[in-house]
Design a protein around this ligand. Structure first.
Ligand code: TRP
Length: 449
């Protein structure tokens, strides 16, 4: 029997679900990570593969996650356990939920460090310290921050505290309220910034870089990065969207909501690319500069454009808020699970989980300074956390969701939850989640072994 409510609450409407899930999806992945991995992987061909992954793998798997969550109305671990029981298959499928909890912690630990950089830039721009920056000064500013563990520690700690305060507020008063205003404001500012970028005279080059297909520039490694990023940017593969789905009202259409969320997320990523690359080319920076790309390009633009002080400040505030609304979804599955399993209050669960991710984050921020020589597997801790989560754990979680929904869960349960009236569309989705998603993920994995 499908339930109508979760013990943690239910979103007021289908739009609240869309905003909350888009708030989770749109984050540092879109504005910070997407442009720099496009740069590292040679541009247009990478973007094309990424878009294909979103549409063919991301969207169907997201529908799978939402339907599992909404059907069972519990945290991912328990949702998978319950649906496995209901369908009479192995209950160890719930381990996928546990793997997601782990992935969420690992992602959080480096996510919070980058969010800390953003907070630092909020403070810099807010106190008028981002004036007359050339490319070199902007680089020095960023490298100076990375070399300073106590400042990083301060901002990381503040970010963890902010996230945990929102999550402790609960689904309705915390999560829902935090996401309502954000998306329109972020959109508006990206449009303003695109306006600035078009004055650099490099907009056309940036466009060609993003949308010109040069398949010679793409490696199998790049294909894996594109797939991993499709999961990362849509918040898939660890149960975040499953947890949000468990708070979704019964009548809302899952397919329509998921398509809206994926479209918003993709739009923000592409707009971010169109903001950042013209500046990169105009200042003759290296598009493959890596994680610092956003932090060395945009300050240059802000310090030179008219009104740049205030626009820069607003921009970093919004990125910080986007990071916040994403980060809450990284811990929500774990918090909900603790509440269900141990009967702890939300506050206690948040305190425990907050302490854990705060500690993990200290290792990640040390990668740039006191732990910079520690490079297991040839990567520092920060890069390793990013690699293991985005390129291994999330696709693995995704393949498990696809296999569970496509091959284990009764088809009637999926049909009932999705309630797609057009039988052909349902068949298309079913074929994507049964065959296309697992085969694509499996194939890309094998190519990279
Ligand atoms: N999607 C977010 C971003 O692009 C990050 C994120 C939030 C995430 N929750 C997640 C990634 C769950 C993977 C899984 O910034």
């Amino acid at each position: 029997m499908s339930k109508t409510e979760s013990i943690h609450g239910t979103w007021a409407s289908r739009w609240v679900f869309i905003f909350a899930a888009a708030g989770s999806a749109v984050g540092l992945g879109n504005i910070w990570k997407f442009p720099y991995i496009v740069g590292e992987n040679g541009g247009g061909a990478f973007v094309l593969v990424y878009l294909a992954c979103i549409l063919m793998v991301g969207v169907p798997v997201m529908m799978g996650e939402v339907l599992i969550g909404r059907r069972a109305r519990q945290s991912p671990v328990n949702a998978l356990h319950e649906l496995a029981t209901e369908t009479g298959v192995d209950t160890r499928w719930s381990l996928v939920g546990l793997m997601g909890v782990l992935a969420g912690f690992l992602i959080f630990s480096f996510y919070s460090v980058v969010a800390g950089w953003v907070l630092h830039y909020v403070a810099l721009s807010g106190s008028g310290q981002m004036v007359d920056l050339g490319q070199e000064q902007a680089g020095d500013l960023f490298n100076g921050l990375l070399a300073d563990p106590s400042t990083l520690f301060l901002w990381h700690s503040l970010f963890v505290a902010l996230v945990m305060t929102v999550v402790a507020g609960g689904v309705i008063n915390g999560l829902e309220r935090a996401t309502r205003l954000l998306m329109p404001a972020l959109f508006a500012l990206l449009v303003v910034l695109m306006g600035y970028s078009s004055t650099t005279g490099q907009f056309g080059n940036a466009w060609n870089f993003l949308f010109g297909f040069d398949f010679g520039a793409l490696s199998w490694d790049g294909v894996l990065v594109a797939l991993g990023h499709a999961f990362f940017t849509l918040s898939l593969g660890m149960g975040a969207i499953m947890a949000y789905g468990s708070y979704m009202p019964k009548k809302a259409s899952i397919g329509g909501a998921v398509l809206t969320i994926a479209a918003l997320d993709t739009l923000v990523a592409l707009m971010s690319g169109l903001v950042i690359f013209p500046i990169v080319f105009a200042t003759q920076m290296d598009p493959g500069a890596g994680p610092g790309l956003m932090f060395v390009t945009l300050p240059v633009a802000f310090s030179q454009m008219p009104g740049g002080q205030i626009i820069g400040f607003m921009f970093f505030v919004l990125v910080a808020l986007a990071a916040l609304s994403s980060a809450i979804s990284l811990v929500e599955p774990a918090v909900a699970w603790l509440v269900e399993r141990k009967g702890f209050g939300r506050l206690k669960s948040c305190a425990l989980i907050g302490a854990l991710v705060w500690l993990l984050g200290i290792g990640a921020l040390g990668s740039f300074n006191f732990l910079s020589d520690f490079e297991p597997f040839g990567k520092n801790i920060f890069d390793l956390l990013d690699f293991v989560t985005a390129n291994l754990l999330l696709p693995l979680g995704g393949i498990c969701v696809a296999l569970f929904v496509g091959w284990r869960l009764k088809q009637s349960i999926s049909a009932d939850e999705l309630a797609i009236s057009n039988p052909l569309l349902f068949k298309v989705w079913y074929a994507l989640i049964r065959f296309v998603a697992p085969v694509a993920i499996g194939f890309i994995f094998l190519q990279n072994l």
